[in-house]
Ligand binder design. Structure first.
Ligand code: FES
Ligand code: FES
Length: 214
């Protein structure tokens, strides 16, 4: 047998059986290592192995939300963020996932009227909340004034950050933090635009705040 063939044969012989998935094999290995540390008797570790390898699915939580004016009852994984519930559970994909770590603002929505990074908020902790997403701003074909102002002032390029910028801008105006470009820049600083459309964003927010369009 050639060297290559021998090498391949060795990998085959050390692989898990075909019916064992990679995940199950890794879980079993990790459990065995943990048990080996806890007990110096191999037979004890072997006896405990089946119980620890059984995957336990987290219990689902039932929550009620009002999303863009519509009541929703949802069964969620307690580990799910509001962002994931919106995008994957309700198919409201206007809210974007950028960093998924609270650093970019792409996922900004209004929760009970306040802007939040929805990637950092666990849905199960907000039973009864009212959420507004970018899909909830327009009235039919009529754009929200800030959506229109973003178009008029070229406040975007690729558009990925734009839903978060607009939601944050709506809150910035409502909070009374849009009286000057400096204030707007400070209170919008949690929303990052990689395209650098900041000048248009500030102009759009300034216009809507000045004209009292909200
Ligand atoms: S995706 Fe939430 S802050 Fe970046
Ligand atoms: S418009 Fe491209 S990231 Fe902001």
């Amino acid at each position: 047998m050639s060297q290559d063939a021998q090498h391949t044969e060795q990998w085959r012989s050390t692989s898990a059986p075909a019916h064992v998935t990679r995940r199950a094999a890794l879980q079993a290995a990790a459990s065995a290592m943990a048990l080996a540390g806890a007990s110096s008797t191999p037979s004890q570790a072997q006896q405990a192995l089946p119980a620890t390898t059984a995957a336990t699915a987290p219990e689902q939580a039932t929550i009620r939300l009002v999303v863009n004016g519509q009541p929703r009852t949802l069964s969620v994984d307690p580990r799910q963020s509001i962002l994931d519930v919106l995008r994957e559970g309700l198919n409201l994909t206007g809210t974007k996932k950028g960093c998924n770590a609270g650093a970019c603002g792409a996922c900004t929505v209004l929760l009970d009227g306040r802007r939040i990074n929805s990637c950092l908020a666990l849905a199960a902790m907000h039973d009864g909340a009212e959420i507004t997403t970018i899909e909830g701003l327009a009235e039919g074909d009529k754009l929200h004034p800030l959506q229109q102002a973003f178009i008029d002032h070229e406040g975007f390029q690729c558009g990925y950050c734009t839903p978060g910028q607009i939601m944050s801008g709506v809150a910035c105006i409502a909070e009374g933090h849009a009286h000057s470009p400096e204030l707007i820049k400070a209170w919008m600083s949690g929303n990052i635009c990689r395209c650098g459309a900041y000048a248009g964003i500030v102009e759009a927010i300034t216009e809507v705040a000045k004209e009292g369009k909200l």
